[in-house]
Design a binder for this molecule. Structure first.
Ligand SMILES: NC(=O)c1ccc[n+]([C@@H]2O[C@H](COP(=O)([O-])OP(=O)(O)OC[C@H]3O[C@@H](n4cnc5c(N)ncnc54)[C@H](O)[C@@H]3O)[C@@H](O)[C@H]2O)c1
Length: 337
């Protein structure tokens, strides 16, 4: 098949492109490289067509000319970062409203019949996610109304989903809204929690800072599981959670990271003092997916967080430069690049 991937130079996008290539598809990537990079596509650049284009300002007609003839369009391009970015840079996050609209209109003009949209757990009402004692599993039907997405970033993802719904009803443009839950893995950025813990451990930061009181619960999901979910083939317009059901507190994920780095690199000698930074952005207190729909569809077990952290630590420690991370970590915790 002919497949276009917007945002294909990103952390998740580059893993998806590799998998699609393995399956023999012909791939076009559209990306402005604002947070994605050619480095992420190293090794496969010669096998794909990379179009460097800013999807905020390109017109739907211009984009339609590029994507016309694609059997499927994966739409991952977004103005997105980690928790610090999506709370402190909401004006920037509003760019995704323009990006999504341009790309979806282009699908109609270019007669592309199917969109797989990178949505997020951020579409679910915040009000549901505040009680850490509740065994909450967010189900695909839980988004509302009433709607209460997570900031402008979540609002843009929700607007994207609702736009795709009406585009299916009015123009028969098929779409799957894949709601990713806090993703980590090789090529992940320090602006996301697990990657920030690994980065702190890499430079043996002491004290070791944690945003909030550490009791926030997440279901960290390994990037390969996200890619497997993106390959599920659904008809019509549907939503699909892609996330594990493992409930892990931030403080426990930190401890797992410290255990892994001590086991493989520091011989048990790195035991930093934990410093809780309660004034930093923390997001909802309890966010975990119900993934029964995904498991019924593809039956592939998801990565256990301990093993996922072990693999990600291995990648990080082998590829990163200590001096650079020491100098830049405070900026990288919030920035997109
Ligand atoms: N990482 C997560 O935990 C997570 C969770 C939920 C959803 N998502 C979504 O998954 C997708 C990929 O995210 P990611 O974490 O891999 O990295 P990312 O945020 O870096 O990916 C966004 C990609 O879009 C590109 N882009 C941004 N603005 C653009 C523009 N104006 N024109 C063209 N390209 C543009 C960037 O260069 C980058 O390659 C995003 O849509 C993100 O919102 C990610």
């Amino acid at each position: 098949m002919k497949v276009t991937v917007t945002g294909g130079a990103s952390f998740i996008g580059s893993h998806l492109v590799e998998k699609l290539l393995e399956k023999g598809h012909s791939i076009k990537v559209i990306d402005n490289l604002s947070s994605g990079s050619q480095e992420n596509l190293k090794g496969i650049l010669k096998d794909i067509e990379l179009i460097v284009l800013d999807l905020r300002v390109a017109s739907p007609v211009q984009i339609a000319k590029i994507i016309s003839g694609s059997d499927i369009l994966y739409h991952l391009a977004a103005d997105h970062g980690g928790r610090g970015y999506v709370e402190l840079k909401q004006t920037d996050c509003s760019n995704s409203l323009a990006i999504d609209n341009n790309v979806f209109m282009a699908c109609i003009y270019g007669d592309v019949r199917k969109v797989i949209y990178a949505s997020s757990g951020c579409v679910y009402p915040l009000d549901m996610q505040n009680d850490t004692d509740q065994m909450l599993y967010l189900n695909e039907d839980d988004i509302g109304p009433p709607y209460e997405p997570d900031g402008i970033y979540g609002l843009a993802k929700l607007a994207g989903e609702l736009t795709l719904k009406v585009m299916y009803e009015e123009h028969q443009l098929e779409s799957t809204c894949c709601r990713f839950f806090t993703v980590y893995g090789p090529r992940g950025k320090e602006n996301h929690a697990i990657m920030s813990f690994i980065a702190r451990a890499f430079i043996q930061r002491n004290p070791f800072e944690i945003w909030g009181d550490g009791t926030q619960i997440r279901n960290w999901t390994y990037v390969d599981d996200i890619v497997n979910g993106l390959l599920v083939n659904l008809k019509g317009h549907q939503a699909l959670n892609i996330g594990t059901t493992e409930r892990t507190r931030v403080i426990d994920a930190v401890q797992m990271t410290l255990n892994v780095v001590n086991k493989h690199y520091y011989k048990g000698e790195y035991n930093p003092e934990i410093l809780l930074q309660r004034d930093m952005p923390v997001g909802p207190l309890n966010r975990v997916a119900d993934n029964s729909k995904l498991l019924n569809l593809n039956g592939i077990p998801l990565m256990n967080i301990n093993l996922g952290i072990e693999r990600t630590v291995d990648w990080y420690f082998k590829t990163k430069d200590k001096e650079y991370i020491e100098k830049n970590l405070d900026r990288l915790l919030i920035a997109r690049q």
